[in-house]
Design a protein around this ligand. Sequence first.
Ligand code: MF3
Ligand code: CO
Ligand code: CO
Length: 401
Amino acid sequence: MASTPRACIGVGCENTADTLQCPTCIKLGIKNSFFCSQDCFKKSWSEHKALHKSQSNILHHILPPKAVSEPDPATGLFDPFPRFNYTGALRPVYPLAPKRVIPKSIPHPEWSEDGVPKYRSKPGRAKIEILDAKAQDAMRKVCRLAREVLDIAAAAAVPGVTTNYIDEIVHNACIERNAYPSPLNYNHFPKSVCTSPNEIICHGIPDQRVLVDGDILNIDVTLYHEGYHGDLNETYYIGDKAKADPDSVRVVEAARECLDLAIQAVKPGVPIREFGNIIEKHAKSKSCSTIRTYCGHGINSLFHCAPNVPHYAKNKTPGECKPGMTFTIEPMIALGSYRDVTWPDNWTSATIDGKRTAQFEHTLLVTETGVEVLTARKADSPGGPVPMPTAAVENGEAKTQ
Ligand code: MF3
Ligand code: CO
Ligand code: CO
């Protein structure tokens, strides 16, 4: 870090300030409250303390509510697993909102009632299905709708909103499109979308946690419409702070590029195992690791079917691309260890070292000559690549990566 002299924030003071900071500001997370001297601090106190009041009100709305094991008397919010050894700073914030319902008039997948996708234990599930023209069109349609829903959710993902609010938006956007949100009650998953911030690898459950400037958030949307599933996800920068954080940008952009490079290789005759080689090589070139526990998958009238699509190098997954196949590629890329732990909610997957991860997912159709990205971004889709911050200048202090 370069040390540009910083100005004293004392009222009417023109001195430079060294290391003396207002202790209340530090507690409240207010940055750069430097004073040149104790004297100046005391003189400025009556005016300066007004900042604490305004900031603590703002912070109350922006910061995640305090997670406690007993419901916080002021908010009713609590950490459901107070004795769990969390790997990072993120905590679940309960209670979850009541179960949302989808009108009976919208066709439901088989797990909507009892939470069990029976097809997963039926024989013949190792065969990779080839879709006819009609089924391919149905996949095009559901994937286009899924893209619309993800884009609506992404536009709502700003500092100050809860992931539960994003779930509500996804749920309603599905209903408006005559679609069922495939995650809802899939193996008893309690929500309509997966929201995975920061160190969460995947399968995060939308809850009462408030998004803060500086988070990164993966939103994973799957729709079931006219008998077929369309599945996609992207990782978004929440507010401007994450875009200025070199590590966050490195992992998010690495994940985005890993998916894009793998897609470029999709064409008839290419072994499914090849994608992991491409993905891990690129992740390594960005000093990132590749999650091994979760894979891409075939998708059609079934949510998760053959082929299994690992994202790591030297995997031995069987099968090769043939025209008419539909599957996802959805690499999860980590800043630190690729190892994961699952929270006691039996869904949320976190990195073992609490470092951040990012993921991107598309549903793909293999064509005669290559690939059709069924969930492709539109010209006005929110998100998209951001450049690596090189020298972020904040309050006279030059930060280089
Ligand atoms: N959409 C996820 C995927 O990409 C699956 C979510 S399953 C859920 O495969 F139950 F967690 F929603
Ligand atoms: Co998905
Ligand atoms: Co998927």
